[in-house]
Design a protein around this ligand. Sequence first.
Ligand SMILES: Nc1ncnc2c1ncn2[C@@H]1O[C@H](COP(=O)(O)OP(=O)(O)OP(=O)(O)O)[C@@H](O)[C@H]1O
Length: 347
Amino acid sequence: MSTTMTITPEPATSDGIGDKPVLRVRDLQVTFTRAGKRIRAAKGVSFNVRPGKMLAIIGESGSGKSVTVRALMGLLPPSAKVAGSADLDGQELVGLSDRKMRLVRGQEISMVFQDPARSLNPTMSVGAQIVESVRTHRTVGRKEAAERAIELLKLVRLPAPEKRFHQYPHQLSGGMRQRVMIAIALASDPKVLIADEATTALDVTTQAQIMELLVDLRERLGTAVIMISHDLGLAASYADEVLVMYAGQVVEQAETSELFANVRMPYTRALLEAIPQVSRPSHSALTVIGGHPPDPSQRIEGCPFRPRCVRATETCVTAPALLEHDAGHWYACWHPVTGDPREETES
Ligand SMILES: Nc1ncnc2c1ncn2[C@@H]1O[C@H](COP(=O)(O)OP(=O)(O)OP(=O)(O)O)[C@@H](O)[C@H]1O
């Protein structure tokens, strides 16, 4: 049995989660060849993103989060082979020529990265950089583009936007620079905004402010947001839906409240237990997931989490399919966590 099942979650609920997806990713496969070895970085990834909703993609380092979204953006190196489908509002992204992808990127789908200091040009004022982005997407004069740039700075709630317009990146704090990056990403009114670890480099307070801004923007503009993070706590606080990746595969997916109320995958549970807790004495060891993720160049027999999983049995030698076990709650596990308090010490 294969673990690369295509899921087709199409819930229709009253809170709008069931709105027609703006992005439908189906059976996305990303493979690299390095030193003669095939590295399968994304194996049959499927998900939907809905307008005005935030999907969090979470998982340990190397689980395939960035590769998945970079495949959507056409930002992978030429050594990457991408297969499957990614339908952005009727436009197939997989297999698009570089020229067409450049038109879609930044226009229909935009991305904000972890390090705004590296993404911004230090020799240009922030205003000039936003104007440039506006004029890349719209045929407007300088004055109109500058007005739009100020509007965008207001949209991302940058304090004193008229003053900041003339400043250089080094004159802004990390949080302000990230707001500028978001303004640049929004210059074309994209349908989907991807935030790849966009708050990881920021202090906790600024991180919360940027996350609140993203939540606010998805509501106000109806933009779909994909947030990529190592941080389950951040996903729990801000996302509408959560998708958990492990070893290039989706292993659990549900609406945020359902996922955190009824975690089923032992891997997700282990990630949750790895979150530092304020109540824990500072000298106590944090729970970390024992072992390492599998080598992506090696063929995996059965469930990829099996070697690290306290619940694993002989059954797990056969790969569990990703299935919708409860309404809207998908997971790939033979021995899901049941929520029984007697299990509290496990995994
Ligand atoms: N250009 C590349 N060539 C070969 N392998 C790559 C390349 N880029 C990524 N990979 C491999 O693909 C796998 C998934 O990487 P990816 O960056 O998507 O993980 P991630 O979940 O985003 O991790 P992180 O949180 O550390 O960014 C990893 O094993 C990585 O080594």
